[in-house]
Design a binder for this molecule. Structure first.
Ligand SMILES: [Mg+2]
Length: 295
């Protein structure tokens, strides 16, 4: 059973009114001019990081960056985080200090306060980070808002993180270790983009998810912005680039460069089988990262 099928099953169990399906839950607070955004992400030893290659500060930074990227995808501002850690025996005091130093440096840079968490012990290190943010009432960017004819865009260049994981050197390894949550871009896209999400698992699977939520198909018929040295497969299916994938009406002017960051149109949303992606005339299967693909 794939990750997508498991999520579908949980959504059915939670009932038709369940809002599951975006990068964050959007919670309305009566009387408030803002909505709350809540996201939670697991960060596991040997799954999301390796003890051999990820220093403690790198691990702490990355554990939080994933949640901040989800807030960015909704056009929000992150406010608080909660960090729960199950510590393995190898994680000594020095490691713990380093982990929180990395996490807190990124938190402070983005105005995020560590508001709580839990500590326990286990055989392998496991971490869960919850981030709470806010967005003006009704303005959150969602995956479901794309319309037929909208242009499909990505920020930055793709495949760098996947290449870095492979060769563990140079700019690409830095890209993998230190993903940059696109928070300012997300807020800029409020009122411009019709749908948005972050690229955490790979363009082919994430675009498929956006198409399913919007009930549309996608046609990719323009060159992809590929990280220098990465292959097309890495740009299409590689995970953890943490760039933003968004759609905007064809008439809407989206600058090719925004604050030094390229914004590239890569295709068009079309009516058709929900979730189907055509890549230069070929059917593109969602092949990005799926935790359960081999199970
Ligand atoms: Mg996400």
């Amino acid at each position: 059973m794939t990750e997508l099928k498991k999520i579908e099953m949980i959504r059915r169990l939670a009932g038709p009114a369940s809002p599951i399906g975006d990068d964050c839950a959007v919670l309305e607070w009566p009387g408030s001019r803002e909505d709350f955004l809540v996201t939670t992400d697991l960060f596991l030893e040997d799954v999301h990081f390796l003890r051999r290659t990820h220093g403690p500060a790198d691990a702490g930074r990355k554990a939080l960056a994933r949640g901040l990227s989800d807030i960015a995808a909704m056009g929000g501002t992150p406010r608080w985080c909660f960090v729960s850690l199950a510590l393995a025996a190898w994680a000594d005091e020095k490691w713990l200090r380093g982990f929180y130093a990395g996490l807190l440096a990124l938190a402070r840079r983005n105005g995020v306060e560590l508001a709580g968490g839990d500590l326990a012990r286990d055989r392998r290190l496991a971490c869960d980070v919850t981030v709470i943010g806010s967005v003006p009432r009704g303005k959150a960017l969602r995956r479901s808002g794309a319309k037929a004819g909208d242009g499909i865009y990505v920020s930055g260049v793709l495949g760098g993180s996947s290449l870095g994981l492979l060769n563990r050197r140079g700019k690409e390894w830095k890209r993998h270790l230190h993903p940059e949550p696109r928070l300012e871009l997300g807020r800029y896209l409020r009122g411009k983009a019709t749908a948005c999400m972050d690229l955490s698992d790979g363009l082919s699977i994430d675009l498929h998810r956006l198409c399913v939520e919007s009930g549309l198909a996608a046609v990719l018929d323009r060159p992809l912005p590929v990280f220098h040295g990465a292959g097309l497969d890495q740009a299409l299916h590689g995970g953890e680039d943490y760039e933003l994938l968004f759609t905007a009406p064809s008439g809407k002017r989206i600058p090719a460069l925004w604050g030094g960051l390229p914004l590239t149109r890569i295709g068009t949303m079309e009516s058709g089988k929900a979730g189907a992606i055509d890549f230069f005339g070929q059917k593109l299967k969602p092949k990005g990262y799926d935790h359960f693909q081999q199970l």
